[in-house]
Design a protein around this ligand. Structure first.
Ligand code: HCB
Length: 216
């Protein structure tokens, strides 16, 4: 069901057709499709394709930029619907979220933030290219339960280790937990750097966050 629509979504990202991606996102909402399905079965398939073909040299930076724009536009249309569908009850905890310094990828991090807040977490999203000390200072100031750190580059994922080390050095751990994610990040990596949690997608991140605050 909806396979053709999902395919068209992926294609709109591959072609970098922002207006088409936006139109398809609206069509999905009108058709009653779960916005997360639209993202996971449609638009992400497109960015994954572009990412793979970029790494083997078949596609180039402008393709990556256009795909990113199309994906972002679609997600922006779908986000309010995701938030609307989330059933807010009690506040489950505070999460300080950011993409590490040197890294400007924000699509996945923003999705994680949307899903966390739709599930009842208070999210303080510091954006992209966030200096590690700012992440830690904010966690301290707002008395965060979790710091969620996103990294999409093999060159920036090492900063996740620094976050864990600095949180420990500041005496915040284990009260403040660290959850990591991003395309190159694996469970093994998370364990290796001593992170408390890892998820490969936004839904999983909600489950991990609930576990970390003891509210499964
Ligand atoms: Co970018 N890029 N990029 N890029 N990019 C990647 C990441 C590559 C893998 C593409 C490739 O070569 N195959 C590659 C990295 C290679 C590597 O290091 N191993 C790469 C590169 C090389 C680069 C540049 C260096 C290119 C250049 O300039 N030569 C440059 C870096 C700029 C910088 O950051 N300093 C660059 C730039 C860009 C943009 C700006 C053109 C654009 C980003 C737009 C934006 O974010 N506003 C872009 C894009 C779009 C991508 C790809 C195609 C898609 C990323 C994405 O949005 N995925 C990506 C290839 C890919 O990942 N398939 C490619 C979809 C989201 C939903 O997935 O993994 O981000 P996600 O998030 C998931 C998940 O990981 C988890 O939940 C999310 C939701 O499901 N999660 C968390 C994420 N964070 C979490 C935190 C938690 O606590 C818990 C879970």
């Amino acid at each position: 069901m909806h396979d053709e629509l999902f395919q068209a979504m992926a294609q709109s990202v591959i072609d970098g057709e922002t207006e088409e991606a936006e139109r398809l996102a609206r069509e999905a909402i009108q058709a009653g499709i779960d916005p997360l399905d639209a993202i996971n079965k449609g638009f992400i398939v497109g960015v994954d394709y572009v990412g793979e073909h970029f790494s083997c040299g078949d596609l180039f930076l402008p393709d990556l930029v256009l795909a990113g724009e199309a994906m972002k536009t679609a997600v922006a249309v779908l986000e309010p619907e995701m938030a609307r569908r989330g059933t807010r009850r009690e506040t489950l905890g505070k999460v300080v979220l950011g993409t590490v310094e040197g890294d400007i990828h924000d699509i996945g991090k923003t999705l994680v933030g949307t899903m966390l807040s739709a599930s009842g977490f208070e999210v303080i999203d510091l954006g992209v290219n966030v200096p590690i000390d700012r992440l830690i200072q904010t966690a301290q100031e707002v008395e965060a339960d979790i710091v969620g750190v996103s990294a999409l580059l093999t060159t920036t994922m090492v900063k996740q280790r620094t976050v864990v080390e600095k949180i420990k050095a500041a005496g915040l751990h284990p009260r403040v937990k660290v959850m990591v994610g991003g395309a190159p990040v694996t469970r093994d990596w998370a364990m290796q750097i001593g992170a408390d949690g890892f998820s490969e997608d936004a839904i999983g991140a909600v489950g991990v966050a609930r576990k970390l605050v003891g509210k499964e």
